[in-house]
Design a protein around this ligand. Structure first.
Ligand code: HEM
Length: 401
């Protein structure tokens, strides 16, 4: 009998689906010294974990071997509907063609002054005079939700309830009922707006989604709604975690924070990219391999769960020197933090603009920013909602008010 790849595990006593793995980067580095992939426990079964930059990048581009829809149809479709992530081929290309032009790089730079900076200032105004705050609870949690809410042109007085829906959609794996309720309530709230904006379009994202076409096709209401629902978990929560991770890295590396503060215009964009490399918010992305395949020398059995370890790929010593050092002078754009191939992140340039603006405004307004004594444990980046996503739980900081 031929040996099956999944017959033996490379690591035991952990679960890559549910548990925060202490010192995950050290474990991934250890596993990678043996092979470019590992067989690991995942929700009671065995998964293939891809560990190198080369394999993770190749796997993202190979949609036919590892179709995103195989996972997203089971995990997110029941609550978000049939989003871009559940689509394939022409359906995906056309829906993406309508929905994503406003997020292109050349469009997004125009959002910074009128949209992003005022939101950052508005949030900081609420706590700046106090001299201390938890930046997760009082800034990073709210900032990206407000960005999306205002891009959609939703009334400002509804932002508290929009924030609750965004929160409940994010915690879907923990509380599916609350997420389903949030999805229904958001749908009931936003559906009349689709008709209104079709009749009288403005310059907001909803108006664009209901009036634009791609290859001669328009989106129907359900396609628009599922894209809008996806924007919260895909666009707001990832950005929230990314900002927390970069702030956590800077606050625990005072030399890097000092370098950044010495010239914000020069260093902030690179601090953002290095933050994404050092601790990408989507760290361990689950996929599946539906059919048996011999792929890059790995004999993968049918129906094998896969994990694309973006966080291992971005610390691969074959690509990054001193990979475990947080160094903002590295000056590398790490696009892999946003996936690759046909389903790569549609909002990456918006995310970069949001992160750069927020970081710059925070450091301008909060001079002498530092962690409060005893705040280190909460500032540590850990798994959030399962293991795919990573971020700090709290950032208790002080500054010279
Ligand atoms: C730092 C922040 C962000 C990170 C790290 C991130 C990361 C990712 C990753 C890794 C994927 C690929 C998922 C997969 O292949 O299964 C993805 C897809 C996606 N992201 Fe982002 N994202 C961020 C921010 C945003 C923002 C701000 C938006 C929108 C406004 C957005 C919208 C999307 C959409 C719509 C997709 C699905 C694309 C498709 O399937 O065609 N993301 N993102």
């Amino acid at each position: 009998m031929t040996a099956n790849l999944l017959d033996s595990l490379d690591v035991e006593g952990v679960d890559f689906a549910f548990e925060d793995i202490a010192d995950v980067h050290a474990m991934l580095a250890r596993l990678r010294t043996r092979r470019p992939f590992a067989v690991v426990p995942f929700a009671g079964v065995r998964a293939v974990l891809l560990l190198t930059n080369e394999l993770v990048s190749a796997a993202f581009k190979d949609e036919s071997t590892f179709p995103p829809a195989a996972v997203y149809r089971m995990t997110t479709q029941p609550v978000l509907g049939k989003t871009l992530q559940c689509m394939e081929g022409a359906e995906h290309r056309i829906a993406r063609g309508v929905a994503t032009p406003p997020f292109r790089r050349n469009k997004v730079s125009a959002y910074v002054e009128p949209l992003l900076e005022p939101i950052a200032h508005e949030l900081i105004d609420r706590f700046q005079a106090r001299g201390h705050a938890d930046l997760i609870a009082e800034f990073t949690n709210t900032y990206p939700v407000l960005v999306i809410s205002r891009l959609l042109g939703l009334p400002i007085e509804d932002e508290t309830v929009v924030h609750r829906w965004a929160h409940d959609l994010f915690y879907f794996p923990m509380d599916p009922q609350a997420a389903m309720r949030a999805s229904r309530e958001f749908t009931d709230y936003v559906t009349p707006l689709l008709a209104e904006r079709r009749r009288e379009p403005g310059d907001d994202l909803i108006s664009m989604l209901v009036t634009e076409s791609s290859e001669g096709q328009f989106l129907d209401d359900e396609q628009v709604l599922s894209f809008l629902r996806l924007l919260f978990p895909a666009g707001a929560d990832t950005t929230m975690l990314a900002l927390g991770n970069t702030l956590s890295a800077l606050l625990t590396h005072p030399d890097q924070l000092a370098l950044l503060e010495s010239d914000l215009d020069e260093h902030t964009p690179w601090a953002v990219w290095e933050g994404l490399r050092w601790e990408p918010p989507v760290g361990l992305l689950p996929r599946a391999c539906p059919a048996a395949v011999e792929w890059n020398g790995i004999a993968i059995p049918a129906l094998t769960p896969m994990i694309f370890s973006i966080n291992a790929a971005l610390r691969d010593p074959a690509v990054y020197e001193r990979p475990d050092e947080f160094d903002i002078s590295r000056r590398k754009q790490v696009m892999l933090a946003f996936g690759q191939g046909p389903h790569s992140c549609a909002g990456n340039w918006l995310a970069i603009a949001e992160l750069t603006t927020a970081l710059k405004v925070l450091l301008q307004r909060l001079p002498g920013l530092r962690l409060q004594p005893g705040a280190d444990a909460d500032a540590k980046v850990i798994s959030q909602v399962g293991t795919a996503l990573r971020g700090p739980t709290a950032l208790h900081v002080g500054w010279r008010a």
